[in-house]
Design a protein around this ligand. Structure first.
Ligand SMILES: C[S@@+](CC[C@H](N)C(=O)[O-])C[C@H]1O[C@@H](n2cnc3c(N)ncnc32)[C@H](O)[C@@H]1O
Length: 345
């Protein structure tokens, strides 16, 4: 077996054979340590117990405004997030889940008729067996997906660059990648990367956050935003000793298929949230430093303006046109003299 095959084999074995349920995990890395957002709880309550019992995610990568959209869940496991998303996309939307581990996918497939009947999902959802490094092999066409989600999976890939290349191939222009995963505050030594338990527990393959930024920049994705971040606790003493001083974090990230700039530039633009997003009528959080209150104008950089104006969020925002260039965007400017706009970062 080559290195990639060995990792696929170890990961399939961990999720298909070693783990029988969420309680078998040795750390909080693959558990829902980010509190599930309130708006998702009623949808989660509708999901089959067997699916929930084998949930191994590390966040809640379900963004707003999914009605009528096509959503792709990479490494869907037993399908928890697919079943939540399927309730949100409605009759005009579609959800595709991809996973390589038969035992995981089997639970998703076997409970599909139950979910279809209970939730009237019709043919909104389908699960495909395959590798997230090669989405062509599971028939995902170029520019066909509105939103890619993933929950604690990409860290497990032996070829993360291929995964991200595939994501930005299949996303439509203006489409969104919204995923939760484990990141490290430094590069890991080789023996930790190869340790099957460190790998299976979503630690060994954790990307150093700066290398993640570089990888996406290389693929033409110049501006990535984070919406949630929490430190992972290593309760297992053996794992904690192996990890030493490395800090591991569960982070939820969003990135768009847009030609953005590598720095925030100031074009004098103002963005206003007009309300209307289901489950978030009064405010919208783009990332950890942009919280838009309904009807409150905010000065934004060119990249943020594009994220709101050239994506599915555009129908909920008014964004002024670029006038002229004023240099780098000042992330902590004085309040606008006439008080009409407030700075946002
Ligand atoms: C930590 S579990 C998370 C599962 C699911 N997202 C959840 O939240 O319960 C990781 C999942 O990713 C799948 N996986 C890992 N690497 C993969 C790859 N290269 N291609 C497809 N699936 C993969 C595993 O089979 C496993 O089901």
């Amino acid at each position: 077996m080559n290195k990639v095959e060995t990792i696929h084999h170890d990961v399939k074995n961990y999720y298909g054979e070693v783990l029988q349920g969420s309680e078998d995990l040795k750390t909080s890395a693959c558990c829902p340590i980010d509190a599930m957002p309130e708006f998702l709880k009623p949808y989660l309550a509708n999901i089959h117990d067997e699916v929930i019992a084998r949930f191994y995610g590390c966040g809640s990568p379900i963004p707003f405004a999914l009605e009528g959209k096509t959503v792709l869940d990479l490494g869907c496991g037993t399908g928890r997030d697919c079943y939540v998303a399927a309730q949100l996309v409605g009759d005009d939307g579609h959800v595709i889940g991809v996973d390589m581990t038969e035992a995981q996918l089997q639970v998703a497939q076997q409970t599909l008729p139950w979910h279809q009947q209970q939730l009237n999902l019709k043919n909104r959802i389908d699960f495909r067996h395959g590798y997230i490094e090669d989405l062509d092999s599971v028939n995902i066409a170029d520019n066909s997906i509105d939103v890619v989600i993933s929950n604690c999976v990409i860290n497990l890939s032996a070829n993360k660059e291929n995964v991200f290349r595939e994501i930005f191939r299949v996303l439509k222009p203006g489409g969104e990648l919204y995923f939760s995963d484990v990141f490290a505050d430094r590069r890991l030594e080789q023996h930790l990367k190869e340790d099957p338990v460190m790998l299976g527990e979503c630690l060994g393959g954790a990307l150093y956050s700066e290398d993640f930024r570089r990888m996406l920049a290389k693929l033409g994705v110049a501006d990535i935003r984070s919406t949630a971040k929490s430190r992972i606790t290593l309760d297992d003493s053996e794992l904690a000793e192996k990890a030493g001083h490395i800090g591991f974090y569960s982070v939820t990230v969003r990135a768009f298929k847009l030609p953005l700039e590598d720095r925030c530039e100031d074009y004098g633009q103002v963005a206003t949230y007009n309300g209307g997003i289901k489950h978030s009528p009064n405010r919208f959080m783009l990332d950890d430093h942009h919280l838009f209150g309904k009807h409150r104008p905010m000065l934004v950089c060119g990249n943020t303006a594009d994220m709101l104006q050239k994506t599915r969020y555009s129908e909920y925002f008014t964004v002024t046109e670029r006038t002229q260039h004023f240099g780098l965007f000042d992330c902590a400017p004085e309040d606008a003299a006439d008080g009409s706009a407030v700075p946002c970062c």
